[in-house]
Design a protein around this ligand. Structure first.
Ligand SMILES: *Cc1c(COP(=O)(O)O)cnc(C)c1O
Length: 388
């Protein structure tokens, strides 16, 4: 990435860690082998695949065979939701529960299940701080509930959900629980048994691994209908020749993320507190979106009265600062964020909010450059379009 660029969009994607690239290179050059082939080249690929699965299992505290490698977060989430829903439908379970603040991969997979497969869905609300209340889950559960899916940490606000509490309620009622943990690696613990989850989705490019590879953790015995049919790969749960280089990279990136988690998280915490304090003290009519305590240290979502985020993003981009309006899928459109609306913000407040997401290469100096620029840019926009 360009030296003078200030990249504050790590929640959208992270740069590839050079150590990860190094681990991948042998499988990108020459014949990388097909893990299903009998000969020595194939066996080498299979060995790399087995090793990667073991490394991942070590981080998640699970069995290697409980890991299904996929093409990324969206595929893992679709496999979890559709796979479990379709497997349990025969038992009369036609109800699913999730939350209003999920990533579109979850919300649109649920829409599909409603529209084409006849499922019913309950979305749990969040409070002003963006948190799901476990009591609401207890009330929403029905005898016909097949699966509950609540994200570990939100990609727009960074707000962390009480996953262990939610999962415990589900376990007690005999309902399966999935979490979209895509934003968690390197910042939050990932032990699936401590969390009590049955399914968990990850994607490598959110933790300094390559794009286009992810995983689904699937607790032993969890019923699942495969969504990609073909060969017998991944114990018949996901057909298709494995992306060996990508999987090797994912395993390396996840191992690094976990081993550096506490230092990484506390470094990010200091940087993001500096950013939040700086903005709130220097810019009038500004606020932090989402709980200040129960938050990923990498994500800072700030609101400014009487501005349009899109205009602010353009001004920042001209100065080499990359930020986001929240979800990459909605940027470019003027649709207010469904996450911020669900938290009770008005459409104007939501459209005046901006997400800075910090990462390994973010420095105090970069934060200070943003803090020096931002008050003027906000003031400039407010004079162009004064408050209604
Ligand atoms: C990025 C993201 C996804 C989607 O992952 P892809 O690898 O882009 O498919 C899902 N959920 C959350 C919370 C994300 O941040």
């Amino acid at each position: 990435m360009h030296n003078r660029l200030i990249y504050l969009d790590h929640a959208a994607t992270t740069p590839l860690d050079p150590r990860v690239l190094e681990a991948m290179l042998p499988f990108l050059s020459g014949t990388s082998g097909n893990a299903s082939s009998i000969h020595q080249v194939g066996r080498a690929a299979l060995q790399a695949l087995d090793d990667a699965r073991e490394q991942v299992a070590l981080v998640l505290g699970c069995q290697p065979k409980e890991i299904v490698f996929t093409s990324g977060g969206s595929e893992s989430i679709n496999l979890a939701l559709k796979g479990v829903a379709m497997a349990l439908r025969a038992q009369g379970k036609n109800h699913l529960i999730s939350s209003t603040i999920e990533h579109h991969a979850v919300l649109h997979a649920l829409d599909y299940l409603v529209e084409y497969e006849g499922f019913r869905v309950t979305l749990l609300p969040v409070d002003r701080n963006g948190r799901v209340n476990p009591a609401d889950l207890s009330t929403a559960l029905r005898p016909e509930t097949a699966l509950v899916s609540v994200m570990y940490a939100n990609n727009e606000t960074g707000v962390v959900q009480p996953i262990a509490d939610l999962a415990a309620i589900c376990r007690e009622r005999g309902v399966l629980f999935h979490t979209d943990a895509v934003q968690a690696p390197g910042q939050l613990p990932l032990d699936v048994n401590a969390l009590g989850v049955d399914l968990l989705s990850l994607t490598a490019h959110k933790f300094y691994g390559p794009q286009g590879v992810g995983l689904l953790y699937l607790r032993r015995g969890t019923p699942l209908v495969p969504q990609i049919n073909g060969g017998a790969q991944e114990r018949r749960r996901r057909a298709g020749t494995e992306n060996i280089a990508g999987i090797v990279g994912l395993a390396k990136a996840l191992t690094i993320a976990e081993s550096e988690r506490t230092t990484h998280a506390s470094r990010l915490r200091a940087l993001s507190e500096r950013l939040i304090d700086g903005v709130l003290t220097r810019i009038p009519q500004s606020w932090l979106n989402g709980d200040r305590e129960s938050r990923l240290p990498s994500i800072v979502n700030l609101g400014f009265a009487c501005i349009e985020t899109e205009s602010l993003l353009l001004l920042l981009d001209q100065r080499g600062i990359c930020a986001s309006s929240g979800s990459a899928c909605t940027s470019g459109s003027l649709e207010p964020s469904h996450v911020l609306l669900a938290m009770g913000l008005s459409p104007e407040e939501a459209n005046g909010s901006i997400r800075f997401s910090l990462g390994k290469q973010t420095t105090d100096e970069q934060i200070d450059i943003v803090l020096d620029l931002l008050p003027d840019l906000v003031a400039q926009l407010r004079t162009v379009t004064p408050c209604a």
